[in-house]
Design a protein around this ligand. Structure first.
Ligand SMILES: O=C[C@H](O)COP(=O)(O)O
Length: 329
């Protein structure tokens, strides 16, 4: 991976990508899409070992990962107090002394991601921080409530202050190859979002094939998705490297055709700092540096930050390993 320092990270230009306006549904393009599953799986299997981040730069890359986290709580027992604690963590994701040592006192996560009822408390708790609130919507996670209610839910969350809306698509449209229905649904969700950014959750673990993942990715981008996201975190299979390869290549193809950069959000089951670095290396390989910023890349994760913080402590102070040795006597 290219060299990077905490200082360079601190001075990244604030670039905001133009919203994706979408395009007419191009059915010929969708039908022509292929995915060579065994080649993709072979390539994905080599990724964790193939690319490594030099030790000297790991802290900087871990900080970059922090800046791209959608810090998430999506539990039935979420409370205002829990969301307030999460927002405090979003404002200061890593211990102050570590951030000082890293030269990144202002580092925050990319966004906080919650259910609709927790949008208003999250917006209040993040006031003045510049951290957006993302709401999962449209009958998350299954997306099987009446269509008009799914559209209305988006409007409610935008009204409550959500700047980003994570919608779930109807998996049945993909499984039955009804690309027009998927396109129309995504268009309606996009409209309902108004100025809010829209992330399309494909629930890739329920789409059957990598070819379906590629085709659903394209259709959602044609219908105006600003981000495509792998999973709700509630499917039995969530973000994986093969699915990531397929979605990144769809993003690249869409950019080549339309000139618009669509963001990528792997979500569900990403909890290790090492895995976060593998994802960043893959994004860099497939899409380039421009996609390694929070306006085009997010991790949807509830527990990744804890592991990154532990690794940063280890990198910066060595206290983690010293403490570990002490504990062993
Ligand atoms: O969108 C985010 C996911 O629901 C988070 O999944 P996780 O709890 O496995 O990190």
């Amino acid at each position: 991976m290219e060299t990077g320092t905490a200082e360079r990270l601190a001075h990244l230009p604030q670039v905001t990508e133009a919203r994706n306006p979408g395009m007419a549904l191009d059915l010929d393009w969708v039908r022509a899409v292929q995915a060579n599953t065994s080649a993709i799986e072979r390539r994905a299997a080599t990724l964790p070992g193939r690319r490594s981040v030099k030790k000297a730069y790991q802290a900087a890359w871990l900080c970059r990962a922090v800046s791209c986290i959608d810090l998430t709580t999506l539990a039935g027992d979420d409370t205002v107090a829990r969301v307030q604690r999460l927002c405090a963590k979003a404002r200061q994701p890593v211990r102050a002394d570590l951030l000082e040592a890293l030269g990144l006192p202002g580092l925050t996560v990319g966004a906080v991601c919650v259910y609709h009822d927790m949008v208003a408390p999250a917006v209040a708790a993040l006031q003045g921080s510049g951290i957006p609130v993302a709401a999962v919507s449209t009958g998350f996670p299954a997306g099987l409530s009446p269509f008009r209610l799914r559209v209305a839910e988006i409007g409610e969350s935008v009204k409550a202050g959500a700047a980003e809306i994570d919608i779930v698509i109807s998996r049945r449209h993909v499984l039955s190859g009804d690309w027009q229905a998927l396109y129309d649904e995504m268009r309606a969700f996009r409209e309902a979002c108004g100025d809010a950014h829209v992330k399309a959750i494909l629930a890739t673990g329920e789409l059957g094939t990598l070819r379906n993942v590629a085709r659903a990715s394209l259709v959602c981008m044609m219908a105006g998705a600003d981000f495509i996201k792998t999973s709700t975190g509630k499917e039995s299979v969530n973000a994986t490297l093969p699915v990531t390869l397929v979605m990144l290549r769809a993003i690249r193809a869409y950019h080549a055709r339309s000139g618009y950069r669509v963001g990528y959000k792997p979500a569900g089951g990403i909890s290790k700092a090492k895995d976060a670095l593998t994802y960043l290396a893959l994004i860099k390989d497939e899409l380039g540096d421009r996609w390694l910023r929070p306006d085009l890349f997010r991790f949807g994760a509830s527990s990744l930050l804890g592991d990154i913080e532990r690794q940063l402590e280890h990198h910066v102070t060595g206290a983690y390993s010293a403490g570990y040795r002490h504990a062993l006597g």
